[in-house]
Ligand binder design. Structure first.
Ligand SMILES: Cc1ncc(COP(=O)(O)O)c(C=O)c1O
Length: 478
C-alpha cells in the first residue's frame, strides 16, 4: 500500500483539507502517484498526517469529483486510469504552489504553455465526459454505412442542424428553423465563410476596439478593410459607427461578453445596432462564443432573436462548451442566404466530418450537452471565484478585475498606469502566460493596460498559485 507524507502548515490560511487535496493532486500531476495506483485509506492517511479523518475525506471527495481519483466500491481509492497523459504531462510542468519545477517530458515540447494557468479559451478538459463520448464515437464508427462515408451536405447533417436549432431557440432565444443553421469548422471558419458570401473585396467591416484577433485575421485574409469602433460600458458605440466615413457593410460584435473587456451590450445599444443595420442594408455579425457561461444572472438572449428578420448573422462554436479540437461551430443565416452559404462552403472545405456530426447530434438530442453545460457552470464559477480571490489577496489592488460575471476569462486593468508588455514578459519568465490587453487594440488609439486572464482551464489551486506569482512579479516591478 502506498504511503504518503507531506508537510501540513497548521497556521497557514489554507484549510487542512485544501492542503491535503493539493498534496495528493500535485503528486498525481508530477507522476509520483501513477494512474491505477491505490491510495492509502482515509483512516491510514489521517494517521500518517496526524489529523482527523474529516479533512482527508473532504480532500478525497474533491479529487474524486474532479476525476483525479476513482473509487471501487469496497476496494479502496485509486488514481484514475483515464487521466489523459498529455494533460498530466503538461499540467505537471507548472510550478507547484511551493515553487518546485517539474521535469518536462520531451515529446510535449511543442505543447508548452497550452494548458498553463490563464490560457484563454481552454475548457476544463478533465471534466469532459470522455467515457460517454468515446462510447458514442465508437458506436457511430462501428455502424457507419456507405452513405456515411461519402460526401455529405455542405450545410451540415440534418439531425445536427435540427439539434443545434432547438438548443439555440431554447437557450439563446435565436429565431431560427433547422434549415437556417449551417454546420461549420468552428467560428474562425464561419467568419471566413461570412466574409466570402457577404463582403466584396475591399468592403469595409467595422470591428470592436479593443477586439478579437481571430475576427481581425479572418477579415484581413479576405481583403476587407477594417474600421475600428470603440466600445464603452454598454458595448460597441453605435454613434461612432454611424459617424464612420464611408460607412460599413458589416459590423462584428461580441454582445453577450465583449472580447476582451467582458462587457454585456445593453438593450438600448442592441436595438440601435439593429436599426443601423436595417437603415444601411448592412449586417451585424454576432459572435456568441461563450454565452453559455454566466454566473451572476441568466444568460441574455441573442441579439439575433430581438427582432423579426433582423439583419444578423449569428455565429456559435462548440470550442468553449465541448473542446476546441472538435472544430465544429455553426452559423445561423436568413433563409434566403442558405444556398449562397452552402455553395461558398463547397469552395472552402466542402463539409464537416460526418462521424463527429452524428456523434454531436446524439450528444445534443439525448440531453448530454445541457447536462454538461450545467456541470461546467459550477466548475467555472468556482474557478472564477478562485481567480478573483487570488487577485484580491496577492496583487495589492494593482490589478482591478472588470466585468467578471460571465465567460471563461476576465480582464483585469493595471491601476497604476504602468504598461502591460513588460509585465507579460516577466510573467513568461516565471512560466505564467497571460494576454496583454493592449495587444487587443488594433486601431491605433490609446490602449488600456491590463491582462486578459483565462480561468476555465486550471483548477483553483493552480489559479491561486499563478496569482501568487503574478503578485510577486508586480511587487518586483518598478
Ligand atoms: C471571441 C471569440 N470567438 C470565437 C472563438 C472560438 O473560435 P473557434 O470556434 O474557431 O475555435 C474564440 C476563442 O477563443 C473567441 O475568443
Amino acid at each position: 500500500m502506498t504511503t504518503l507524507h507531506f508537510p501540513l502548515e497548521r497556521t497557514a490560511d489554507a484549510p487542512l483539507h485544501r492542503q491535503i487535496y493539493e498534496g495528493v493532486r500535485s503528486r498525481i500531476l508530477a507522476g509520483v502517484l501513477k494512474p491505477g495506483q491505490r491510495l492509502p485509506s482515509t483512516r491510514a492517511l489521517a494517521q500518517d498526517l496526524a489529523v482527523s479523518r474529516q479533512p482527508v475525506l473532504a480532500a478525497y471527495e474533491q479529487l474524486l469529483h474532479e476525476g483525479y481519483l476513482e473509487g471501487r466500491s469496497g476496494a479502496g481509492t485509486y488514481v484514475c486510469r483515464a487521466l489523459p497523459d498529455d494533460l498530466l504531462a503538461s499540467v505537471s510542468r507548472m510550478p507547484s504552489p511551493r515553487g518546485e519545477r517539474r521535469r518536462r517530458p520531451k515529446h510535449f515540447a511543442t505543447d508548452v504553455g497550452r494548458l498553463m494557468p490563464f490560457r484563454i479559451g481552454i475548457p476544463a478538459l478533465e471534466h469532459f465526459p470522455h467515457a460517454l463520448w468515446a462510447r458514442l464515437v465508437a458506436r457511430h464508427a462501428r455502424h457507419s454505412t456507405p452513405a456515411d462515408m461519402v460526401y455529405g451536405d455542405p450545410a451540415g447533417l440534418p439531425a445536427l442542424r435540427a439539434a443545434v436549432a432547438a438548443h439555440l431557440r431554447a437557450a439563446r432565444g435565436v429565431d431560427c428553423e433547422p434549415d437556417q443553421v449551417l454546420v461549420v469548422s468552428g467560428s474562425q471558419a464561419a467568419l471566413r465563410l461570412v466574409a466570402a458570401v457577404l463582403l466584396e473585396r475591399g468592403a469595409r467591416v467595422a470591428i470592436e476596439e479593443p477586439g478579437y484577433f481571430g475576427a481581425r485575421m479572418a477579415f484581413d485574409a479576405h481583403g476587407a478593410v477594417l474600421a475600428h469602433v470603440p466600445v464603452d460600458r454598454e458595448g460597441l458605440r453605435v454613434d461612432a459607427l454611424r459617424e464612420l466615413a464611408g460607412g460599413a457593410r458589416a459590423v462584428y460584435v461580441t454582445p453577450s461578453h465583449q472580447y476582451p473587456l467582458g462587457t454585456t451590450m445593453s438593450a438600448a445599444r442592441r436595438l440601435a445596432l439593429l436599426d443601423w443595420a436595417r437603415e444601411h442594408d448592412a449586417w451585424v455579425l454576432e459572435d456568441d462564443y461563450d454565452s453559455a457561461f454566466r454566473y451572476a444572472s441568466r444568460p441574455l438572449g441573442a441579439l439575433q432573436g430581438m427582432r423579426e428578420a433582423a439583419r444578423v448573422i449569428y455565429i456559435g462554436t462548440f470550442s468553449k462548451t465541448l473542446f476546441p479540437a472538435l472544430r465544429v461551430g455553426y452559423v445561423v443565416v436568413p433563409p434566403e442566404l442558405v444556398p449562397a452559404f452552402a455553395e461558398a462552403r463547397v469552395a472552402f472545405d466542402v463539409f464537416s466530418p460526418t462521424l463527429y456530426q452524428k456523434v454531436l447530434a446524439e450528444f445534443l438530442e439525448e440531453g448530454h450537452f445541457e447536462r454538461h453545460l450545467r456541470r461546467m457552470r459550477t466548475v467555472y464559477e468556482a474557478r472564477r471565484d478562485a481567480l478573483l480571490d487570488g487577485l484580491a489577496r496577492f496583487t495589492g489592488g494593482r490589478l482591478e478585475p472588470v466585468n467578471a460575471d460571465a465567460g471563461l476569462q476576465l480582464a483585469a486593468l493595471l491601476t497604476a498606469g504602468e504598461a502591460d508588455r513588460p509585465l507579460v514578459r516577466r510573467l513568461k519568465e516565471k512560466n505564467v502566460t497571460a494576454v496583454r490587453l493592449s495587444a487587443c487594440y488594433y486601431g491605433g488609439g490609446p490602449p488600456q493596460y491590463g491582462l486578459l486572464l483565462g480561468f476555465s482551464g486550471s483548477a483553483e489551486p493552480e489559479l491561486l498559485a499563478a496569482t501568487r506569482v503574478l503578485g510577486e512579479v508586480l511587487r518586483a516591478s518598478p
